[in-house]
Design a protein around this ligand. Structure first.
Ligand SMILES: Cc1cc2nc3c(=O)[nH]c(=O)nc-3n(C[C@H](O)[C@H](O)[C@H](O)COP(=O)(O)O)c2cc1C
Length: 554
């Protein structure tokens, strides 16, 4: 049980309540002067650029190797044997490209917008990636910023900082992993459109990116483990970021643990490192900071050594009594009709959020396998082995053998909570997704939820971030699994309290994913340096707008 940070819990509850969407008008508690949502003159750049650092290109020949497992096998947990060899730059490049790489673009007049390997609310991509490598990775030792625009590495520190990250995470073993990837978030990229609620998006999008990263790692037999808890101040110091306008979100230990490779591992004090003073291009003319977001960020930081020790202690306890079960580590590979046999990289390039869905009925495997694949255990510090922080509520509209209604998925089993005609359930799901037709046009819509009271009481404020990250990962896996069967899916935003009321649950909805049958064939993304142009993207968005206008208002 968490003892520290009572004020932090109050701050995070306040953040959650004040950023909840409601059909009733709310008084905005904070007015940020000069905030005009999506001000084109103050649009943040989607890429961080260091002014003076030299860039080293990453390998670009990333076609899947012969004999690579199919994405269906990987998503079912049938992975190749763990690689005992050290990671080489090509594997690192795959992990980075197929999680955060630029795969498509659309030209809108003078402006180009970039789409990536993973989904992002509003296509705003608030994330940056860094890689801490030892010489063992095949690159010179150092801390690199990943320039996703040019697909290059920019060396931020010329020394191996894995041991310093091990100290910041409170996990000595991290020092012996081949590579440590750190994901950071730049809230302004998403608050620019979504105001304070945008801070939640940082974690959703990070989850989406992590779902890809974990899947690619699994496909190549590379162990990867996530730390959601770390001393934020120390990680920020190592990376040379301020922890407010850019903040650390997750740390990924990549490669077999040191003891398997016979290396020794010893944490090092981050304070031994010089302060970095590197020039970065400005994000936008006047980046805005939202006090509610900064409060939430700081309330969830683990800055004192005792806070990190408390987190690590709580993470080692067995929470099986209250955490729900995850699906098994490995599940049956689906076997129905003509299935796609793409390897993971091809599947990721094929994925694109589905903007229009046909109201069709699908076979049960499209629900049971997709949900099982998405709810397999997440290898993260805060999540007890075989369990989940989440509950999975769903509205089923068009799945053979399942009457339309509201259900709860407890891996392997569906429990019906409420019935209704197909039209009633579709209308309700549309409404819950802020009136977005995709919520009701899907074959089913998943409401990833968590009992925040229990999570905050167990983990303290940092548990809020952990639950959002897990919800983001489940969303990302749902997108991959639906596409693996030739279907489609998209993340959606939602009315918070209305979902609790509809499902009569204590759990708060954290993220929604609609899974269904696409009404068009998405254009596959391209390899590094050759993103595909989405030539008719504006037409697709116009069709989505038309569909929204047809939707009856409640
Ligand atoms: C967490 C999350 C929330 C999203 N919410 C919505 C939404 O409310 N409505 C919508 O049409 N698309 C939503 N999307 C889809 C994004 O708009 C889409 O991912 C983005 O435009 C990039 O396109 P791509 O996924 O095809 O790469 C969401 C995506 C994510 C990851």
């Amino acid at each position: 049980m968490y003892a520290l940070g009572v004020d932090g819990v109050a701050a995070i509850r306040r953040y959650h309540d004040e950023t909840s969407h409601s059909p009733r008008p709310r008084s905005r508690h904070q007015v940020v002067r000069a905030f005009w949502p999506m001000d084109p003159a103050n649009r943040p750049s989607p890429f961080k650029r260091y002014r003076e650092l030299e860039r080293e290109p990453l390998p670009t020949g990333l076609d899947p190797p012969d004999g690579a497992p199919t994405a269906l096998e990987v998503l079912s947990g049938h992975r190749p044997p763990i690689r005992s060899a050290a990671l080489d730059p090509a594997v690192l490049a795959r992990l980075l490209y197929y999680s955060g790489g630029v795969t498509r673009y659309a030209q809108e007049g003078q402006r180009r917008s970039w789409f990536r390997a993973s989904a992002s609310a509003g296509n705003l991509h608030p994330l940056e990636l860094y890689a801490a490598c030892g010489a063992v990775s095949g690159l010179d030792s150092g801390l690199y910023h990943v320039d996703l625009d040019s697909f290059c590495l920019a060396r931020v520190r010329p020394i191996d900082v894995r041991a310093h990250l091990a100290h910041a995470v409170g996990d000595p073993a991290l020092a012996g992993r081949a590579v440590v990837i750190v994901i950071t978030g730049i809230p302004w990229r998403t608050t620019w459109k979504y105001a304070e609620r945008g801070w939640r998006h940082v974690f959703w999008d990070a989850g989406s990116l992590l779902a890809n990263l974990l899947a690619v790692a699994e496909a190549h037999g590379v162990p990867a483990h996530l730390a959601f808890g770390f001393m934020d101040r120390e990680v920020s110091h190592i990376l040379g970021i301020d922890g407010t306008t850019e903040c650390p979100v997750a740390v990924v230990a990549v490669g077999a643990p040191a003891d398997e490779l016979g290396r020794t591992a010893k944490p090092a004090e981050p304070s031994d490192l010089d302060e970095l003073r590197l020039e970065v291009e400005p994000l936008s003319p006047h980046p805005l900071e939202f006090p509610l977001v900064t409060d939430a960020q700081h309330a969830t930081n683990l800055d004192a050594a005792e806070a990190l020790a408390g987190w690590r202690q709580v993470c080692t306890e067995d929470h099986g009594r209250w955490m729900g079960p995850a699906a098994p580590m490995s599940i049956d590979v689906p076997d129905h009709g003509e299935l796609l046999r793409d390897p993971m990289e091809t599947l990721i390039l094929r994925r694109g959020s589905t903007r229009l869905m046909a109201r069709r009925t699908v076979p049960p495997v499209a629900l049971t396998w997709v949900l099982s694949a998405a709810t397999r255990p997440v290898p993260a510090d805060a999540i007890s082995a075989g369990h989940t922080l989440l509950t999975h509520e769903l509205a089923i509209h068009g799945v053979e053998g399942h009457a339309p209604g509201l259900y709860e998925w407890v891996p392997g089993r569906l429990a019906r909570r409420r019935g209704g005609t197909e039209d009633q359930v579709r209308d309700l799901a549309t409404y819950l997704c802020l009136g977005q037709p995709l919520g009701g046009d899907s074959t089913y819509t998943v409401f990833e939820s968590a009992d925040l009271d229990t999570i905050l009481a167990t983990f303290g404020p940092r548990g809020y971030r952990a639950a959002h990250l897990e919800a983001g990962i489940v969303n990302g896996r749902l997108l991959l699994a639906a596409h693996a069967l030739g279907h489609g899916a998209t993340g959606l935003t939602f009315f918070d309290d209305e979902i609790r009321a509809a499902f009569a649950t204590r759990a708060s909805c954290l993220l929604v994913t609609a899974v269904g049958v696409p009404r068009y064939r998405p254009t596959p993304g391209g390899p590094p340096g050759r993103p595909t142009e989405l030539t008719r993207f504006d037409e697709l968005m116009a069709r989505l707008e038309d569909r929204s206008r047809q939707q009856p208002r409640r």
